[in-house]
Design a protein around this ligand. Sequence first.
Ligand SMILES: [Zn+2]
Length: 638
Amino acid sequence: MIRKAEERVSEITKTILEGMPREAMVERVKYEGPRIAIHTKNPAYLLSNNFIIADIVNMVKKRIVVRVDKSLRKPVEEARKLILNSIPEGVEASLIFFDKVLGEAIVEVKDPRALLSKGFDPIKLTAETGWKVVVKRAPQTRSSSMQLIYRALSENFEARRKSLEEIGERIFRERLLEGEEITVLSLGGFKQVGRSAILVTTAESKILLDCGIHPGARNPIDMYPRLDWANLSLDELDAVIISHAHLDHSGFLPFLFKYGYKGPVYCTEPTLSLTVLLLTDMIRIAQAEGREPPFDMRDVMEFVRHCITLPYSMVTDISPDVKLVLNNAGHILGSASIHLHIGEGKYNIIYTGDFKFGRTLLLKSANTNYIRAETLIIESTYGSRSDVMPSREEAERRLVETLNQTLNEGGKVLIPVPAVGRAQEIMLVLDKYMRSGELVEVPVFIEGMLSEANAIHTAYPEYLSNELRRRIVEGGENPFASEYFTTIDHPSKRDEALGEEPAIIMATSGMLEGGPVMEYLKHIAPDEKNKIVFVSYQVSGTLGRRILDGASQASVMDEGGKIRIIDIKSKVERVEGFSGHSDYNQLISFVARLRPKVRRVIVNHGERKKAEELASSISRLFRIPALAPNVCEAVRLY
Ligand SMILES: [Zn+2]
């Protein structure tokens, strides 16, 4: 197999070398994961004459990247000095990271536009230093998750270099089988919300879409995807693709590496940062509760080293017969629908992941344009005909009303939020209404994890709504740093939030399954003056769901690890309409708007009744077969 791959690369190398002018000084052509890397001794020439690479991409239909030949690389400290000396006055680099595998020098600055407009010239510096200089936007406040990613990439880099080559050899291996069967296996997240995992098998490849855990499950057989049922050995897997960072889609990743997976994980760049944040937090929560975490930081770091990030709408080969495109899903920062393009475009699967077909303050609405599409796999969190949510204006009005009620009576409001998604959306809403005077101005306390997630949002404005992007890119503003917000970055500061005055407290986890929110819950729930406001979906089996369904008591863990029963006397309210999921009408209009029209629909990610109702609505309205399988079923597509 490896010999074949070598022959393939030599074929591609030949085409590339033939199309390359002598000035390009190409030394080598190598696989670098799903890309083909051209190593040159004259990087400035290739980087300033973009059309040469564009022409070759058109010819070989592969992703190509320019790399500087290793012989030109100056020692790191010398290169760092040269780069630092070229940074104009008034601009500050938060960090310069030397990626020894890719030969890149990443320069992170808060305002890349200012840097580039003041004469900083990455191409010239690339030629001078022998490192490919890449300018990136730094988060507006420090993000420890993003730091951790750099640390992971700076360790074990020989292994990472080798792994990228091996991944490349595997992707570009020759097709052996001429079969055309395509099957979808439901390994988790079917007729349920949690542990999303779908295995797509083709004649040549096995690809795992999402790989999550079930937050409400109490035993392992319900908590994790059923890879055992699929009889799948991890080295058979060609790729894992993650639609977005939420743990019910990503939480099983470290287990894969713990048990020996060595292949690539594809997702967007923000999804990588946010997943690291959520996985790290999962370990931290387990430790705080005196539980042995099911995986450790080593497994998370391995995931980072095997992660290949892709921007939206870039076509990438991920196996001999499958190409992948990620598109905006509008659910959380970096969330993507997964488009698999199988067998030279013969068959196309669109998997929505969690998606929002509607605009929010935070994000753009989900993409509906695909070049080809035969099967749609669609989520059904709000798939019942009765799941029609109030409009955004109505939702905002109701939230402001219910907050004002409690705050005016001197009570406190606890809003349990998932760290990523609803937290940022609700912060933007609170800020907007306090500014306009419609919402009582009180301090809003934000637990530390949220400000870490906020920081990551400010590093990727191109993934945000147009208005937020403008505020960050043009205004240099941090939309999550309003004067109303106080960050609680240490447990000792919680007393401030729990003092006498009316206040709003936002904390994780969003479904009251551990995390700092539990500390606030103990104090806030027993007092009838207070209120708990839910703004996100509560998975069945979680404490959040039980309280929402009217539980009058809850058991919580004390510092000593003892279980204590608390009374729920506070008011409990759900405000709908802020969800990052599409409601019933949005799900149906998404299918109606989808281009081209699909031939078959598979429904997942919804409780039994929701999944079944959405399937029957779709087949009735669009006259196409739509089914809602259980976990552990196989659907033959082709
Ligand atoms: Zn989600």
